[in-house]
Design a protein around this ligand. Structure first.
Ligand code: DAH
Length: 348
C-alpha cells in the first residue's frame, strides 16, 4: 500500500484512539502506539530510505503533517485529562466540615486543679503573685530557715520522706509543706511580698479517709512595712467569704507553728447549717469548720532570709487543697480524689 495512504489511515483512526484515552497513563500508551518506534508511523519512517526520489519528499511532507496533527490531538486530549485529574485529586482531598465526626469526649479539669485555680484566683484578685518551688527540697528550706529545730518531731523519718541522694548533710527530702517557698521567694525578692504558692507536698502517712501521702497545699505570704494581725484576719475573712459564701464568719484559735508567732488556726462558720444544727452533715453540729493554719511570720524567719524584722512584718498561712474541696463539696473520703473513678470526677 502507498505509504501516504497508510499515513492517511493512521490519521483518520487517531482521534478515536486519542479521545478514548481515559487517563494520562492511557494517553501515554496511545501516544507510543501512534508515534513510537513500533508504530505504523515508525514503520513508514524506517521505509523512507527505500522510496524513489520522487516519492520520498512527498511521503516525508505527509509524514511530518500527520505527526504534527497527531501531536496536536494528543495535546488537546492531554489538557482535558489534566484538568479532570486535578479536579479528581482536589475532590479526593477535600474535607467536608459538615460531616459528623467521631465523638471525642470532652474532658475537664480535675477537682483538685479546679479548687487550686479558684483559691489562687481569689488571692490574685487581691494583688498576690503566684510562686512555686521544688518538690525535692533541702532540709534548710523545709525546716531550719522556717525556725524548726533539728529535734522537731516532724523531722523524724517516720514523718518525712528523705531522699537517698547527694550530700547527706543537705537532708534532701520531699517537702512536707509549701512553706519552704516562703523562704525561697524572700531570698530572691525585695519586700513587699504578696505571694501564694500552690503545690504538692509529701508525708509518711498511712492512707485513710482523711490522709494521703501526697496532697496539695496553698501557702500564702504577705510581708510589708506595717502588716498587722488584723490584716491577716481581714484577708482570710475575705477569702473565706469568696470561697464559702458571703455569710461566712471566721474565728482564729490559738495554735503553734514554728515559723509564726503568734500562730492560729482559722475556723469558718458552717456554710451548711450556719451555726451548730445537731447532726449537720458538714460540721457534725459543731457549727465551725477547721480550715487552715496561719500566723504572723516569726522574726527568726525574716532574719534567715536577710530581711530586717525591725522594719518589716508579715503574715503567712497554709491550707490543704483536698480539705478545702472536701468541705466545700461534702466529700467524705479523700481517696475519692485520687481513685480516678469517672462517676465521681464527672460530678465536678
Ligand atoms: N505548713 C503548715 C502545715 O503544713 C501550714 C501552715 C501553718 C503554713 C501556718 C503557714 C502558716 O504558712 O503560717 O501544717
Amino acid at each position: 500500500m502507498n505509504p501516504r495512504s497508510v499515513l492517511d489511515d493512521v490519521l483518520a483512526a487517531a482521534p478515536q484512539a486519542i479521545d478514548g484515552a481515559g487517563s494520562l497513563e492511557d494517553l501515554d500508551r496511545v501516544e507510543s502506539a501512534l508515534l513510537g518506534k513500533s508504530s505504523t508511523i515508525g514503520d513508514v519512517r524506517r521505509s523512507m530510505g527505500g522510496l524513489d526520489s520522487e516519492e520520498r519528499p512527498r511521503v516525508g511532507i505527509r509524514l511530518k503533517e500527520v505527526t504534527e496533527q497527531i501531536h496536536t490531538l494528543l495535546a488537546a486530549r492531554r489538557s482535558v485529562l489534566e484538568v479532570e485529574d486535578e479536579a479528581r485529586r482536589l475532590s479526593d482531598d477535600s474535607i467536608d466540615v459538615t460531616l459528623e465526626s467521631y465523638g471525642f469526649p470532652r474532658g475537664s479539669l480535675h477537682l483538685i486543679q479546679q479548687t487550686i485555680d479558684e483559691i489562687v484566683d481569689i488571692f490574685v484578685g487581691l494583688g498576690y503573685l503566684v510562686a512555686d518551688g521544688p518538690e525535692a527540697e533541702l532540709g534548710w528550706y523545709n525546716f531550719d530557715a522556717l525556725n524548726t529545730p533539728p529535734t522537731h518531731p516532724a523531722r523524724l523519718e517516720s514523718d518525712t520522706m528523705y531522699l537517698d541522694y547527694g550530700d547527706p548533710s543537705d537532708e534532701l527530702l520531699l517537702r512536707t509543706q509549701t512553706s519552704p517557698v516562703q523562704v525561697r521567694w524572700m531570698e530572691e525578692h525585695e519586700p513587699p511580698v504578696y505571694v501564694v504558692v500552690p503545690g504538692k507536698v509529701y508525708r509518711q502517712e498511712t492512707t485513710d479517709a482523711t490522709h494521703l501521702p501526697v496532697f496539695h497545699q496553698i501557702e500564702g505570704l504577705a510581708v510589708d512595712d506595717s502588716i498587722r494581725f488584723s490584716d491577716l484576719k481581714g484577708t482570710l475573712a475575705h477569702f473565706s467569704r469568696q470561697f464559702f459564701g458571703p455569710r461566712t464568719e471566721v474565728r482564729l484559735r490559738p495554735h503553734f507553728f514554728p515559723f509564726t508567732e503568734p500562730s492560729a488556726e482559722l475556723d469558718v462558720s458552717c456554710f451548711n447549717c450556719e451555726g451548730g444544727v445537731p447532726g449537720c452533715r458538714v460540721c457534725g453540729g459543731a457549727g465551725w469548720l477547721e480550715m487552715l493554719g496561719c500566723g504572723m511570720v516569726d522574726p527568726n524567719v525574716l532574719e534567715a532570709v536577710g530581711y530586717d524584722p525591725e522594719q518589716l512584718s508579715g503574715f503567712a498561712f497554709g491550707m490543704g487543697v483536698e480539705r478545702m474541696a472536701m468541705v466545700r463539696h461534702g466529700i467524705n473520703d479523700i481517696r475519692h480524689l485520687v481513685n480516678n473513678d469517672l462517676r465521681f470526677l464527672r460530678q465536678f
